[in-house]
Design a protein around this ligand. Sequence first.
Ligand SMILES: Cc1cc2nc3c(=O)[nH]c(=O)nc-3n(C[C@H](O)[C@H](O)[C@H](O)COP(=O)(O)O)c2cc1C
Length: 193
Amino acid sequence: MHDPEVLVLGCSPRKDGNSDRAALEVARILEQQGTPAEPLFLRDRKILPCMGCRKCELSKNNRCVLAAKDDVQDILTGIQEADSVYFCSPIYYYHLPAVFKALIDRGQSFYEAWTQKGEPSGASKKACCILIAGRRKGELLFQGSIITLKYFLHPLGFNLSGLCLRGLDLKDDLDADPSSLQKIRTFVLQDPS
Ligand SMILES: Cc1cc2nc3c(=O)[nH]c(=O)nc-3n(C[C@H](O)[C@H](O)[C@H](O)COP(=O)(O)O)c2cc1C
């Protein structure tokens, strides 16, 4: 049996904020469990937005016309090939920040390849999202992001489980909140890779 390959993605445009802290915490817990996981921060990668050209739908190999121009193909292939993946992201206007949503929209070429194969139901791997919001209130605060992540990840072979954290707004709020850090620990240990 090979060692599980686990990806940890930090999905905030803000450096050293709460999502970064969550990603580092997840990586630390995984390392303690014997699973190396170096966080990858999306803001450090080149991610061009989907142009809606539909070439991925019409071409034989479903390849995105932007694939050679940025880092998206590598990131999405890495996700698809991983055994499990963690996404740590803030909530922006009840959804995911633009850098993360741009990556998700580029998943369209993977979606097209999956549908053209007859939508094989291979979603057996585990993806975990840790979503972080500044506000404490808002019943629907995480709902849009969770639906989007679920349908982005299904063609890539993953089922989604999520941890939603509220009331973390300033850069160091998570670092100063042992209860939220403990929730992350429990979540990661309950959802082992
Ligand atoms: C453009 C923008 C939009 C935001 N929208 C929301 C929101 O809709 N609901 C909320 O609870 N917090 C919102 N926030 C607050 C962030 O979710 C919060 O500051 C979070 O801790 C940022 O995570 P980070 O430190 O990982 O960047 C928003 C922040 C920004 C900058």
